[in-house]
Design a protein around this ligand. Structure first.
Ligand SMILES: [Zn+2]
Length: 174
């Protein structure tokens, strides 16, 4: 498996090609910027190795607790984290759910403090609605560009993991 340094190097090396390809297809600087930044974010912080105590994980700093259940639940290089197709989708869904639940806790605490009565279910519903309302007005093609970038950052990680293991086994068989 390539080291974290190699993974970072590959991510940075992909920045210019990502920007060029995305500008070629979209002809739009905003979409190009979104794709490229999302790719860097996907490779450096939102990648498959969040399933282990990794650089991607520690880069979240004090917020890394968000990924703690993910890290504990998934075995390293599981299909759910390193899968080319579902890895990124699962991380996005996981992230949105955890952020919504954290927001629900804040709403819960506020209700308890202000009105001394809490419902529990309605705070969770409100939190999910709130997050949905933030995402809904964002232009569809901005979201697609962001997803494409995140996916590319993660997919290049998995591809280099696979290639790294392949070359290691070739070397071993000689
Ligand atoms: Zn990995």
């Amino acid at each position: 498996m390539p080291s974290a340094k190699t993974h970072d190097f590959i991510t940075f090396a992909l920045a210019v090609p990502t920007a060029l390809v995305s500008y070629y297809f979209t002809g739009n600087w905003t979409l190009t910027l979104i794709t490229t930044v999302a790719m860097l974010f996907g490779g450096l912080m939102f990648g498959p190795d969040l399933d282990i105590q990794s650089k991607q994980y520690t880069r979240w700093g004090p917020l890394r607790f968000i990924w703690w259940p993910y890290k504990v639940a998934l075995s390293h290089r599981s299909r759910f984290s390193h899968g080319i197709v579902f890895g990124t989708l699962i991380r996005i869904a996981y992230f949105l759910i955890v952020v919504s639940l954290l927001l629900a806790i804040v709403l819960f605490a506020r209700e308890k403090y202000l009105h001394h009565r809490v419902n529990g279910v309605s705070e969770v519903q409100d939190a999910f609605t709130y997050i949905w309302e933030i995402l809904k007005p964002i232009k569809r093609n901005y979201l697609i560009a962001a997803f494409a970038g995140l996916w590319l950052g993660a997919a290049s990680h998995t591809a280099s993991d696979v290639l790294g293991s392949f070359f290691k086994s070739v070397k071993r068989s000689f």
